[in-house]
Structure formats: C-alpha cells, structure tokens
Design a protein around this ligand. Structure first.
Ligand code: NAD
Ligand code: DAU
Length: 338
C-alpha cells in the first residue's frame, strides 16, 4: 500500500508517519509538505533514511506538482493533514487559510479523481461545529451537529469538509472525514496552548491566559488520534464522518496550573490577557460512533499524557529552541505585546 500523507512535517502528520511506519512495515509513505513556518524537516530526521519513506517539499495548491507526484507514486490512499491550523493567525490573516485549507483540498481530490485511489481521508476538526455553552455539560458534538463556525480557520475547515462530501456525492470519490478534538504531545508547535505554556514556564516567562481562562477544550493524546485515523482508513465506511475524542474536557486555566505544578513553577507567572476575538467557549466530542462501529478508544490518560509531553519538551530543547529563536519571535511580539 502506498500512502501520500500531506502536512507530515507538522505536529499530527509527523506523529502519524511515525505511527504508520512502525505499525505497517510494508507500507510506503510519501510525505508531501510545503514546509511553512509550522513544518519542520528536523522533526522527520528519524525516518528520512527509512526505505519505505520519501519526503517531497511541495505546496498542495500546486496542481501541476501534485499531479506529477500522483503519476510517479500511484498512491492507493491520500490522507490530508496539510493546513494552516492556528486560530489566532486566521484572525490576523484569513486568506492563506482559504487558499490552503479549501483550494489545496480541491487540488488533492482532483488528483485522486484523475489518477484513481481507494481512499481519500480528510483530517478535520471539531471546531467545524462551533462551540457549546459552559452551563450545558449535557451537550456534546455528534456527527449530526450542524456546522456552525466561529473563526476564519474553522470556516475554512468546514468549507473543505463540505467540498469533500460533495466530491463523494457528485463524483463517487471514496472519502472519509475525521473531526477530532484538541491534540497534545511531542512536536506540537510552540504557538499552541500546551507547548507555549511549557516553554514559557521553563524560561520563567509570563503565561498568557486569554480572558478568564474558563474556556474548555477536550484534549486527546496525539497517538490516539493517529490510531483513530488508521482505523478509519482501513475499516471506516466511505462517505462517512467520524468524530474523535476521549471525554477529557478541561478548562484552560486548570491545564496551565497543572503545567506549573509539574515543572515546579509558581502560579504567579500566570497573566490574564485580552481574550481571543470570537473565542469558542467549550468543545466536547461524543465519540459513540467511532467507539461502536470501529472499536476505537483512547489509550493515554491525560495525567500520563501531559507528564510525557512535558518530559518530551525537557528532553528535546534543541527542537523548540531553534523554532522560538527564529521568525517565531516576531510572531510572539506582535501577538502578545499589544
Ligand atoms: P500544524 O500546523 O502543526 O502542521 C501543518 C503542516 O501542514 C505543516 O507541516 C505545514 O508545513 C503543512 N502545510 C501547510 N500548508 C501547506 C500547503 N499549502 N501545502 C503543503 N503543506 C502545507 O498542524 P497540526 O496541528 O498538525 O494539524 C494537522 C491537521 O489536523 C490540520 O488539518 C488541522 O486542521 C487538523 N486538526 C488539528 C488538531 C490539533 O489539535 N492540532 C485537532 C483536530 C484537527
Ligand atoms: O479543537 C481542535 C483544534 O484545536 C484544532 O482544529 C486547531 O488546529 C488547534 O490549533 C486547536 O485549536 P484551539 O484554538 O483550541 O487551540 P490553541 O492551543 O490555540 O488554544 C487552546 C485554548 O487555549 C483556547 O481556548 C485559547 C487558549 N489560549 C491559547 C493560547 C495560544 C490561551 O489562553 N493562551 C494562549 O497563549
């Protein structure tokens, strides 16, 4: 089996490549990645010499280059992780989100139609459902919850999902979609909540919590997400959407306090800053469908996963120091010094 994994130099895509090369040692994996600010070739260093792996630096929006790759590799399966993924950046500059997340998805699916594949899988997000109120803990996102987006990021992901379902209905393209909750784990880019707080705490820098810190996210260890995608690609029904999440809702402030505790840093580092525009209050996944139909359940408990993650950032300083010493400094200043 030959699989094209787009966005494989980013957080979840790289973890997925490691998972797949280990689990299916006869699969060929081709990583197609533009290496934007969020993509990092050093992340893939441990698999670069693997004979079942190839890295191709390219933009998923470049139709000619994508078609050429399909001609060369004749993939059986395409799994699309490539995206602009940070909500705050989408609020500053929406257009690149529309370009990559929607137009790039269209190019990949056109290539799938032209050359023929057995499965196109779209890695989507629970953010397409919008948010839930804090005072209704009985409510969860199911696959039938209406699409109701808040940010340019989530709108672009929802646009892509609708296009994927249209290619299934109109052209019969064999597609599946997964909508996962917040991931955490190794190689998470330092602009996101958990790595940002770990890295700032390690340098005794202030920990910027948006608003009152009461927004709730449903956290899943990245390897559990990778396992879910592997199961959906192999056993999921064509044309279907699968929600992925493990009922692990937490308030942002509690996560930040937990990180302070693990690192033995004072909570006085916490600083409440201006809230994100249009900030979603609560995400919470109902994973009944993937539990019942595919037998997927998360394996890593948050208390263990967060310890492992903090330890990974302690053990891999050079990975994140290289990132935060580069262009990231300008982003950080612009974003947090206003
Ligand atoms: P990330 O930002 O860490 O990585 C994105 C990768 O895509 C990078 O390697 C980047 O170089 C690449 N990329 C961006 N634009 C590209 C383009 N035009 N052509 C080729 N490559 C391009 O993102 P992530 O957190 O790993 O998320 C991966 C996917 O999972 C995204 O589609 C995201 O919407 C989805 N998702 C993320 C989460 C989460 O918690 N991080 C949860 C649910 C779903
Ligand atoms: O739910 C899935 C989504 O999770 C994915 O689709 C996105 O790609 C991914 O980035 C993530 O989106 P969030 O906006 O939930 O993640 P982020 O890490 O940016 O923020 C998590 C929460 O923490 C959110 O409520 C905002 C808050 N936050 C974030 C940062 C970066 C802070 O309070 N301070 C910060 O500095």
């Amino acid at each position: 089996m030959t699989i094209i994994v787009t966005g494989g130099a980013g957080f979840i895509g790289s973890n997925f490549i490691f998972y797949m090369l280990k689990k299916h040692n006869n699969y060929r994996i081709i990583c197609l990645d533009k290496l934007t600010y969020a993509g990092n070739l050093s992340t893939l260093a441990s698999v670069m010499d693997n004979s079942n792996f190839r890295f191709v630096k390219e933009d998923i929006c470049n139709r000619e280059a994508v078609y050429k790759l399909f001609e060369e590799e004749k993939p059986d399966v395409v799994i699309n992780f490539a995206a602009e993924s940070h909500v705050d950046r989408s609020i500053e500059n929406p257009s690149i989100f529309l370009q990559t997340n929607i137009m790039g998805t269209a190019v990949l699916m056109d290539a799938c139609r032209k050359y023929g594949i057995t499965r196109y899988h779209q890695v989507s997000t629970d953010e397409v459902y919008g948010d839930l109120p804090l005072d209704r803990p009985d409510l969860f996102f199911t696959e039938n919850t209406p699409i109701h987006t808040s940010s340019p990021y989530s709108s672009s992901k929802a646009g892509a999902d609708l296009l994927v379902l249209a290619y299934y209905r109109t052209y019969g393209l064999p597609v599946t979609i997964s909508r996962c909750s917040n991931n955490y784990g190794p190689y998470h880019f330092p602009e996101k909540l958990i790595p940002l707080m770990i890295i700032n705490a390690l340098s005794d820098k202030s920990l910027p919590v948006y608003g009152k810190g009461v927004n709730v996210r449903d956290w899943l260890y990245v390897e559990d997400h990778c396992k879910a995608i592997d199961m959906i690609v192999h056993k999921g029904k064509v044309g279907e959407v699968y929600n992925v999440g493990g009922h692990n809702e937490m308030r942002n402030i509690d996560i930040v306090k937990m990180i302070c505790k693990i690192l033995n840093k004072p909570e006085s580092l916490i600083t409440y800053v201006t809230d994100r525009k249009g900030h979603d209050m609560r995400y919470a996944i109902d994973p009944t469908k993937i539990n019942d139909e595919l037998g997927w359940f998360p394996e890593t408990k948050f208390v263990d996963g967060i310890q492992k993650t903090v330890q990974w950032y302690l053990d891999n300083r050079s990975w994140w120091e290289t990132i935060i010493n580069g262009e990231y400094q300008n982003y950080y200043k612009k974003m947090y010094n206003r």
